[in-house]
Design a protein around this ligand. Structure first.
Ligand SMILES: NC(=O)C1=CN([C@@H]2O[C@H](COP(=O)(O)OP(=O)(O)OC[C@H]3O[C@@H](n4cnc5c(N)ncnc54)[C@H](OP(=O)(O)O)[C@@H]3O)[C@@H](O)[C@H]2O)[C@@H](O)CC1
Ligand SMILES: Nc1ncnc2c1ncn2[C@@H]1O[C@H](COP(=O)(O)OP(=O)(O)O)[C@@H](O)[C@H]1O
Ligand SMILES: [K+]
Length: 448
C-alpha cells in the first residue's frame, strides 16, 4: 500500500525487549567480546562527560555486572580512582562517599523486585550513571520494581529498550546514550523487532498532487456539537495539514467558523449522500449522546475512514466492540480506561489489546504516546514536550491525522506521522503555546 509503515533496513529506531535482547545475545554467541565493547563504551562516556572523581562500580551477578567490571578496568587504565564492589557485600556508607556511582547491578530484564539491601545501596548514591538501565527498572515496560535510582545518564547497547521511552523509566534514565557494540544487524533482524521509536524514518509524507484540485487533496468532515471550539481546532489542523476541503457538520446553528471552513447544517444522512465525503472525525466537543448516535450511523456506511476521539470514545465506554469498523482511535488515559479497563503496568500490551479488539489503530496518548496496529506492531513517541499538556491539543491531533489519511496514508503510518508532527510543532511553538498556535506550524512541517 502506498505510504505504508516503513521498517528501516538498518533497524535504526527498533526497540528490543529484554527477551529479544537475550535472544540476540544468544545468537551472537560471543558475550565476552560484546561485554568488552560495552564496558569500553561506558568508560568512554564517563570520561567524556564527568569530571575525574572517585568512582565506585556496584557490580551485579550477571552480564550487567560484567559490563561494569570492564568499565572499571578501562577507567583505571586512564588513571581514574575506581573501586569495584559486589552488590551483595557493598556498604551504603561507602556508596554515599563516592563521587560517582556506576550502577551495574541489574540490566533491563530484571526478574523480581529489588531487596532492601540493594535499595539502600542505590538510595545512598548521590551521582549515578546507569549501565543499560537504572537497576530496578523493567526494560520492557518502564515500570519500577520496588525502587530504581535517578541516573544522570544511562548507557545502553545495541538498541534502546521500551523502558527507556515509557514513563516513569524515561525520566529515571536521564539522557540515554545508545552505543554500538558490534552486534550484527542481521541478528537484530532475526529476533524480529516489533516495537519502534517514532521518527520520520518510519513514514513518508505524500507529495502534493501538482495537477490536482481541492477534492483530489481529500475532504475531511468533522462533526461539531456542544463544544464547537474543539471541532474547529480539529478543522484548522486538518486544513493546514493538507486536506483539500474541510467541513464542519453542526446540527445546531453554531458560531460562524473562520472563513474557509464550510459549515453544514444538513442532517448526517444528507451529508452521507456525497460520495466524496469519505473521511470523518467524530468526537471532539460533540457531546456523548450525539457522538454515540453519529458514530453508529457512520459505521453503517461502508467505505468510510472514521477517526473516533473524545466523546465518541466515551459513548462506547465498556462496549469497545462498538468501535469495530473505525480506522483510528485516539484515547487519552481516561478515555482508554473507560473503554478497555485499566492500562496496567504495560502500556504497550494495553494499546495492542485495544487495537486487536477494535481493529482500529490505537493512539494511546500521553507524554509517552503508544501507537499500536491491530496486528501488533507498536511505536512509542518521545518527541512531545510537556507544554503539549494543554486543553485542545488532542483535537488538533485528530484533525491532523484525518488530513494525513485523506492525503492517502495508511492508518498506522498516518497515526505515527500525526503524533510525530504534533510533537514537532509543539517544540517549534515552545513553552506557553496554545493549541491554536499549532495548526499554522503544521502548515509548513506537513508538506511532503
Ligand atoms: N544482550 C546483549 O547483547 C549484551 C548485554 N550486555 C549486558 O548484559 C546485561 C544483561 O545480562 P543478564 O541477562 O546477565 O542480566 P543481569 O541483569 O546482568 O543479571 C541477571 C541476574 O540477576 C539476577 N537477578 C535478577 N533480578 C534480581 C533481583 N531482583 N534480585 C537479585 N537477583 C536478581 C538473576 O537471577 P535469577 O532471576 O536468574 O535468579 C540473574 O542471575 C545487559 O543489561 C547489559 O548490561 C552486555 O554484556 C553486552 C551484550
Ligand atoms: N506531559 C505531556 N508531555 C507531552 N505531551 C503530552 C503530555 N500530556 C499530554 N500530552 C499530549 O497532549 C495531547 C492532549 O490530548 P488530550 O488529552 O486529548 O487533551 P484535549 O482533548 O484537551 O486536547 C495528546 O496528544 C498527548 O499525547
Ligand atoms: K544497571
Amino acid at each position: 500500500m502506498a505510504y505504508s509503515f516503513e521498517r528501516p533496513e538498518s533497524f535504526t529506531g527498533a526497540l528490543l525487549t529484554p527477551v529479544q535482547m537475550a535472544q540476540a545475545d544468544a545468537l551472537a554467541g560471543d558475550t565476552a567480546r560484546l561485554m568488552e565493547a560495552a564496558g569500553r563504551a561506558i568508560a568512554r562516556s564517563i570520561m567524556r562527560r564527568c569530571k575525574k572523581v572517585p568512582v565506585l562500580v556496584l557490580a551485579g551477578p550477571g552480564n550487567n555486572g560484567g559490563d561494569g567490571r570492564v568499565a572499571a578496568r578501562y577507567l583505571a587504565w586512564e588513571g581514574w580512582p575506581v573501586r569495584v564492589r559486589d552488590f551483595r557485600t557493598a556498604d551504603p556508607a561507602e556508596v554515599a562517599r563516592a563521587g560517582l556511582v556506576v550502577d551495574a547491578i541489574f540490566g533491563a530484564g530484571l526478574s523480581r523486585d529489588l531487596d532492601e539491601h540493594t535499595i539502600s545501596l542505590l538510595r545512598a548514591a548521590k551521582n549515578l550513571v546507569a549501565v543499560d538501565v537504572p537497576s530496578g527498572l523493567d526494560g520492557a515496560s518502564g515500570q519500577v520494581r520496588g525502587f530504581a535510582p535517578q541516573a544522570a545518564f544511562t548507557v545502553t547497547f545495541v538498541r534502546k529498550k521500551p523502558g527507556h521511552l515509557l514513563f516513569p523509566g524515561r525520566a529515571l534514565c536521564g539522557e540515554v546514550l545508545l552505543r554500538d557494540i558490534g552486534m550484527p544487524v542481521s541478528i537484530i533482524g532475526r529476533v524480529g523487532p516489533d516495537i519502534w521509536e517514532n521518527s520520520p524514518s518510519l513514514f513518508t509524507l505524500p507529495p502534493r498532487d501538482t495537477g490536482g484540485h481541492k477534492y483530489t487533496s481529500g475532504e475531511v468532515t468533522i462533526l461539531s456539537g456542544t463544544l464547537p471550539g474543539a471541532a474547529r481546532l480539529a478543522a484548522m489542523a486538518a486544513r493546514r495539514a493538507g486536506a483539500g476541503m474541510v467541513s464542519l457538520a453542526a446540527a445546531d446553528a453554531s458560531p460562524l467558523p473562520e472563513a474557509g471552513i464550510i459549515l453544514r447544517h444538513d442532517p448526517l444522512d444528507r451529508l452521507l449522500e456525497d460520495p466524496r465525503r469519505l473521511h470523518w472525525v467524530v468526537g471532539p466537543g460533540l457531546g456523548v449522546a450525539a457522538a454515540g448516535v453519529a458514530l453508529a450511523r457512520l459505521l453503517q456506511t461502508p467505505g468510510l475512514a472514521i477517526l473516533a476521539d473524545a466523546d465518541a470514545l466515551t459513548a462506547c465506554a465498556g462496549t469497545p466492540k462498538k468501535l469495530r469498523g473505525v480506522c483510528v482511535i485516539t484515547p487519552h488515559e481516561g478515555e482508554f480506561t473507560r473503554l478497555f479497563g485499566t492500562i496496567g503496568p504495560d502500556k504497550i500490551a494495553a494499546a495492542r489489546r485495544a487495537a486487536a479488539l477494535t481493529g482500529a489503530v490505537t493512539v494511546l496518548k500521553g507524554p509517552d504516546t503508544v501507537i499500536a496496529a491491530p496486528e501488533g506492531t507498536a511505536v512509542i513517541n518521545a518527541n512531545a514536550p510537556p507544554w503539549l499538556a494543554t486543553g485542545g491539543t488532542g483535537d488538533v491531533l485528530s484533525g491532523l491525522i484525518a488530513a494525513l489519511l485523506t492525503r492517502g496514508m495508511a492508518p498506522f503510518p498516518a497515526a505515527c506521522a500525526g503524533v510525530w508532527l504534533h510533537g514537532a510543532a509543539a517544540q517549534e511553538a515552545g513553552p506557553g503555546m496554545l493549541a491554536e498556535d499549532l495548526p499554522s506550524i503544521l502548515g509548513h512541517i506537513t508538506q511532503g
